[in-house]
Design a protein around this ligand. Structure first.
Ligand SMILES: Nc1ncnc2c1ncn2[C@@H]1O[C@H](COP(=O)(O)OP(=O)(O)OP(=O)(O)O)[C@@H](O)[C@H]1O
Ligand SMILES: [Mg+2]
Length: 224
């Protein structure tokens, strides 16, 4: 379960202060599929980065499975991100000179899974997201956008995270491929009881998640 309690994130650019996240409180239950929507600059990516401990809040608490991640030391944070969280980005962010298979194996290397096991699990995950053996050996530049995003999802699942955070995962895809990626994430939330939080501009996607949070100028203005 994800609990955000009175979280504030302020950025300072010289004299200019921006309250990117302005006193947000929300809960996403285990296995729930949540979306975050809102205009450009409303604080969506900032909030997601705080949930993934890529950044620390200025104030407030963030509890993941009842553990306050704002209190973790830097080395504990690295471990938290590696073991608990899977990230998916709009731009896929795959390592260009590694094959699809090697990209999915990489996070398991950081979490010290044995090599044979890494390969086996990566192959299974890629199969699960629909990439056949031949495509698993291609580098990202030789895969379509939808295929690259499926590799990124397989990579996000590598260390069996309890939470998947996705920032505009369908933003670079046509609507049909986007729907496929959405269905994949949705299926995961249900079958693996993974908590999934997706930032999206696509209201047809947001409308099909379990819960939708709307942000406006850093504030949570609607929950449904
Ligand atoms: N590192 C930073 N330093 C200063 N200001 C920042 C920083 N990151 C974000 N901001 C500001 O915080 C506000 C929220 O930004 P954020 O990226 O969270 O918006 P967003 O909702 O994800 O927008 P988009 O839909 O365009 O991706 C914006 O005003 C932005 O300019
Ligand atoms: Mg953003």
């Amino acid at each position: 379960m994800l609990q955000v309690k009175s979280v504030i994130k302020q950025f300072s650019n010289g004299d200019n202060k921006v309250l990117a996240v302005n006193n947000i409180t929300l809960t996403v239950k285990q296995g729930q599929f949540a979306s975050i929507i809102g205009k450009s600059g409303s604080g969506k990516s900032t909030l997601l980065a705080l949930l993934g401990a890529l950044d620390r809040p200025s104030k407030g608490r963030i509890l993941v499975d009842d553990k306050d991640i704002t209190k973790l030391s830097d080395s504990e944070l690295v471990k938290y991100r590696c073991q608990k969280i899977g990230f998916v980005f709009q731009a896929y962010n795959l390592v260009p000179n590694l094959t699809a298979l090697e990209n999915v194996m990489l996070p398991m290397e950081f979490s010290k899974v044995k090599k044979g096991e890494r390969k086996k699990r990566a192959q299974e995950l890629l199969k699960q997201v629909g990439l056949d053996d031949k495509k698993q050996h291609r580098k990202p530049s030789n895969l379509s956008g939808g295929e690259q995003q499926r590799v990124a999802i397989a990579r996000a699942l590598a260390n069996k995270p309890s939470v998947i955070l996705a920032d505009e995962p369908t933003g670079n895809l046509d609507s049909q491929t986007g729907k496929m990626i959405f269905d994949l994430l949705h299926g995961l939330a249900k079958s693996e009881k993974t908590t999934v939080v997706v930032v999206t501009h696509d209201l047809s996607i947001a409308g099909r998640t379990d819960i939708t949070f709307t942000l406006s100028d850093g504030k949570l203005t609607e929950k449904k």
